[in-house]
Design a binder for this molecule. Structure first.
Ligand code: PMP
Length: 360
């Protein structure tokens, strides 16, 4: 019997992405706070659009995503020709690596950067390079020092996951201006919707060829299960990515749901307001319990414990009560737990669980 071919170099160095549990054996009433999903669910408007689109599931979807790109363009004031839609922003990250980074090239990201940056870089045969952060906050000078003439892509989530911290607009511009020629700065705005009056770098990407923005429908828009993301950048970059993209990458149902969610501005505004209020309650509650947490700009907070053992112990205790949070060991933060901001009831239940753990 012949052997299967060997994988491309770099692929076996990828640690399998750990998505985290969504069930606990023996516990029915689960509160999932581990993936930063919208605790209010998907907007009604998107659910109705999805049901209607499902009637045409025997037909291939549109390949150009024109309806969805038009909706995104209208809401954000962007040229739809410079928008690309993908299977989550994960796919956009993947396409960027495939298109721009290969063997001998470097893909740079901050110390606690989203795991998909290194996975996609290795998948493309490139070398992920990590720049240290300062107090769990992106350090632009460290990124600039780490950039070389082999750096093709720099990924930066703002606000960042899993830390929830954010850097200011001036720092982002300084980074864009300081990177070598021929290197694309990718501003990952998965959590940008949670920051009031923040464009996530879209204005910068509008003006500069070396800046690209990725966004998602998985968080604020409540469509994590639909898998829709988008990217915005120079026409030349969009053209490159479209050549690689699978023509039918997004289903009829996903496209319809995302378009309806994007147009549902009332839903987005209500979610932003509630997240801001509940995040403040959660942070205040953590402080009352004597737990440290960085100020978060996203829909989650990162609580810090004495050490990794204590964080693991709290994680297990919360799980036994049906509360699932994320222990971000794979991110190099074993002494922390990342907790999605829930509804008011969800925040209450999490704080009760943490108090019970502390008093156990
Ligand atoms: N970027 C960041 C920073 C994220 O946290 C996530 C999801 N966890 C993504 C991108 C990918 O999101 P999606 O593929 O669901 O759009």
């Amino acid at each position: 019997m012949q052997a299967a071919p060997k994988p491309q170099p770099g692929i076996m160095e990828i640690a399998l992405y750990q998505g985290g549990a969504s069930r606990v054996a023996g516990v029915d009433d689960i509160l999932k706070l581990s993936s930063n999903e919208n605790p209010h669910g998907a907007p009604q408007s998107a659910q109705e659009a999805a049901r209607e689109a499902a009637g045409a599931m025997h037909l291939y979807p549109n390949t150009d995503h024109a309806g969805l790109r038009a909706a995104i363009g209208e809401v954000h004031g962007l040229d739809p020709e410079r928008i690309i839609c993908g299977v989550g922003s994960d796919e956009i990250i993947h396409l960027l690596c495939q298109a721009y980074a290969g063997p001998g090239d470097e893909v740079l990201h901050p110390e606690y950067g989203f795991l998909m940056y290194a996975i996609s870089a290795r998948g493309a045969g490139a070398t992920p390079v990590v720049a240290p952060e300062r107090d769990r906050t992106v350090d632009v000078d460290a990124l600039l020092r780490a950039a070389t003439d082999r750096t093709r892509l720099v990924f930066l989530a703002n606000p960042a996951n899993p830390t929830g911290t954010m850097i200011g607009g001036q720092d982002v511009v300084r980074l864009a201006d300081g990177l070598p020629d021929g290197c694309l700065l990718v501003l990952d705005g998965a959590y940008a919707e949670y920051v009031a009056d923040f464009d996530g770098g879209l204005g910068l990407a509008q003006a500069r060829e070396n800046v690209f923005v990725t966004r998602t429908f998985s968080k604020m828009y409540g469509l994590g299960g639909m898998r829709v993301g988008w990217g915005y950048g120079a026409q030349s970059v969009i053209d490159v990515l479209n050549r690689l993209r699978g023509p039918f990458n997004l289903s009829n149902v996903a496209l319809a749901a995302a378009e309806a969610a994007m147009r549902d501005r009332d839903f987005a505004a209500a979610c932003l307001a509630d997240n801001t209020a509940q995040r403040a309650r959660l942070l205040a509650g953590l402080a009352d319990l004597g737990l440290a947490a960085d100020p978060s700009e996203a829909n989650f907070v990162l609580a810090r414990f004495a050490d990794a053992t204590e964080a693991a112990d709290c994680d297990a205790f919360l799980k036994s009560r049906g509360i699932i949070v994320r222990h971000p060991v794979g991110y190099g933060l074993p002494d922390c737990l990342r907790m999605t901001v829930g509804t008011a009831t969800g925040v209450d239940r999490l704080l009760e669980g943490l108090a019970a753990w502390r008093d156990r």
